[in-house]
Design a protein around this ligand. Structure first.
Ligand code: ADP
Ligand code: MG
Length: 359
């Protein structure tokens, strides 16, 4: 089985003071941080697959999204996660602007490439579905259907431990514009929901999932099913308990918990404690169960805001990113048998045999 490490890319939001202060980009893979709190006055180096600073949205997509589209079309699961403090550019990276194609983020570009590839490969037997989930205070919301009550959306596992979310809409999309329409509808619903719940988008995790079902062989052959999760995580900043209270404290506690559970899952995966991975400790890790370890290619975009005032959070993001780099995944193509199609194939074979006998 091929092995793949979690790929971690660093994206730095453009800021004027970036290189002059405590942060220095040594080369396209190394960030040097000078921080007395990291032990004496030593310089610490953090390594990444690639550092993206002052680059276009297109470049970010080329580095972070392009390969994943190909492998999802080949039947592998994939996950791209944006991690970092609020304001570091996670949403800009994942969704980007609506106005023109240049400003579009990874998700719209993945959709563009995906439908272009499906057309080029002439795979008319591929069905594309999308879903858009938001996790806020450990409750799941369907961003494609605001009428659904959050409690109705339950995370389930089938006999093969594949995770699915009962009650979550997964509409079929025929083309790029339909898929983009749903992404932007979800964004709008997110804002409406935010208003109703009096919350800030930076306090929730969102997962836009693309599901591909391909009939690779004849009818009745197993379907190749692949899933790509595009995750915009809640802001990773530590909120001081003394400064926050009520709703804000509750949100901060939940986020801190779910991100540290994410970390625990990642550490357990890197230590190969396959039987003791605490996926069920939070909604986020449970939803991502089949997308972080095992049968999945995972890429994390660690987003940083290189201002001096944000140094603590930058260091904390870089440390998280280093732990993430240790995880190796086994991945293989997913297949699923469609019983109705199999029955139709057997019926056809019986009919053909009967005809041969009658001749
Ligand atoms: P987050 O989702 O991490 O809280 P946002 O994506 O909302 O952060 O980014 C915060 C602000 O910075 C937004 O106004 C966004 O447009 C801007 N921004 C972030 N990254 C970039 C970038 N690479 N280039 C230009 N503007 C950016
Ligand atoms: Mg955001």
């Amino acid at each position: 089985m091929p092995q793949s490490k979690v790929t971690v890319v660093l994206r730095a939001r453009p800021t004027e003071k970036f290189a002059s202060g405590n942060l220095q980009i040594i080369d396209d893979k190394t960030l040097q941080v000078r921080d007395s709190r990291l032990g004496g006055h030593h310089d610490h180096q953090f390594a990444f697959e690639q550092i993206l600073h002052n680059v276009t949205q297109e470049k970010v997509y080329e580095v972070c999204g392009e390969d994943t589209v190909g492998s999802v079309l080949d039947g592998f699961n994939g996950t791209i996660l944006a991690y970092g403090q609020t304001g570091a550019g996670k949403t800009f990276t994942m969704t980007g602007g609506k106005e023109n194609f240049r400003s579009r983020g990874v998700i719209p570009r993945v959709l563009h490439k995906l439908f272009a590839e499906i057309k080029a490969r002439m795979t008319s037997n591929t069905t594309v579905r999308v879903s858009y989930l938001e996790i806020y205070n450990e409750l799941c919301y369907d961003l494609l259907d605001l009428t659904t009550q959050p409690s109705e959306i339950a995370i389930m596992e089938d006999a093969k431990d594949h995770v699915y979310i009962k009650g979550l809409r997964t509409p079929v999309v025929e083309n790029e514009s339909e898929a983009l329409g749903l992404l932007f509808e979800g964004e709008t619903n997110r804002m409406i929901g935010e208003h109703q719940l009096n919350m800030e988008s930076s306090r929730s995790h969102t997962i836009f999932t693309i599901l591909l079902e391909t009939q690779a062989g004849k009818e009745g052959d197993p379907l190749v099913v692949a899933k790509l999760n595009l995750v915009d995580l809640a802001g990773s900043e530590r909120v001081s308990k003394t400064k926050s209270e009520g709703q804000v404290l509750k949100e901060a506690t939940q986020i801190n918990k779910s991100l540290s559970f994410l970390e625990q899952v990642i550490v357990a995966l890197s230590e190969k404690k396959r039987d003791h991975i605490p996926y069920r400790s939070s909604k986020l890790t449970h939803v991502l169960k089949d997308s972080l370890g095992g049968n999945c290619k995972t890429l994390m975009i660690a987003c940083i805001w290189g201002e001096a005032a944000q140094l603590d959070e930058t260091v904390s993001t870089c440390r998280f990113a280093q732990r993430m780099r240790c995880v190796a995944n086994d991945y293989s193509i997913n297949t699923r048998q469609d019983p109705a199609a199999l029955l139709r194939r057997y019926e056809q074979e019986v009919a053909d045999l009967r005809q041969e006998l009658a001749l």
